[in-house]
Design a protein around this ligand. Sequence first.
Ligand code: FAD
Length: 318
Amino acid sequence: MKIVDHIKNAKGKTLFSFELLPPAKGQGIQSIFNTMDELMEFNPPFIDVTYHREDYLYKQHANGLLERVAYRKRPGTVAICAAIMNKYKVDAVPHLICGGFTKEETENALIDLDFLGIDNVLVLRGDARKGDPDFIPTTGGHAYATDLLAQVADMNSGKYLHEDIENSSKTNFCIGVAGYPEKHFEAPNFNTDFKWLKKKVEMGAEFIVTQMFYNIEKYKEFVVKCRENDIHVPIIPGLKPLTTKKQLIALPKIFHLDIPEELSDAVETCKTNADVQKISNEWMVNMCKELIEFGVPVLHFYTMSNPGPTKRIVEKLA
Ligand code: FAD
């Protein structure tokens, strides 16, 4: 079922959904099932599965120098979606990225997703490869989420890459995109980034999932700004429990987000990761309660395939 229909059917009740990462290459799918088993009690209507572009692999020489020798992908997104839908009867939402795919490969991937009965996709540009200074588009692929979105929207209206494909059947994907309450880290300013978000909605995006945030006011201001600018699709807040003290530095650096002083001061005093998780739990539970009161349709958790911290939050809300 489409995410927008799950939200409609919930009639104002807040839903819980979760994002999982494919296991690293060489690990089996059991870790995904273990995570799902932990989270199913919260009746998630959908589960997101991330997609990761290949990373460089390095070989260290005797003189200490590193040589780039190969790429390694984290495969499994589509197969994990199929396995989740099959075993748990829950909708799975694959993340679809620009990086690493030609347009032809994207078309083929979308055909596979359609054949599998997948109704929703989250359309993204994707992160830069580790070791690349910036995002480098794949030759013959897309540079921005808007370009990828245009391709999915084309297939939804029966238009494939080649003119000679006749009587093509239309796909019917419900398209989601990323939104940044504190702006995307590369954008020169908030308004420029916002302009691209609006464009994505005008091009057919039916829901937005936000980047993580810890300052609820930033999310609320973002929603108000969207509504004032004719963006009326559901805006699903993305939430990531803090698990280590190091994240006080890493998350603002990577994601350009603000950790409120009250939270960072409290985390600074922690001696162990368990202490951090206790502080984070209190913060996230309070924030989620306020988000529910604000009327969010779904609380979406970035679990990093570590269900414990998320579970301890949601069980205080469900
Ligand atoms: P875009 O919308 O393409 O925006 C990228 C930058 O370019 C922004 O600064 C924007 O302002 C600007 N811009 C946008 N469109 C245009 C245009 N047409 N012309 C010029 N400038 C433009 N990464 C992964 O690799 N795998 C995942 O599974 C994954 N899942 C994610 C899930 C969520 C909910 C979120 C919020 C992020 C996720 N990411 C993932 C990270 C995401 O890929 C990065 O944040 C990436 O840097 C930007 O993706 P985007 O889709 O927002 O890109």
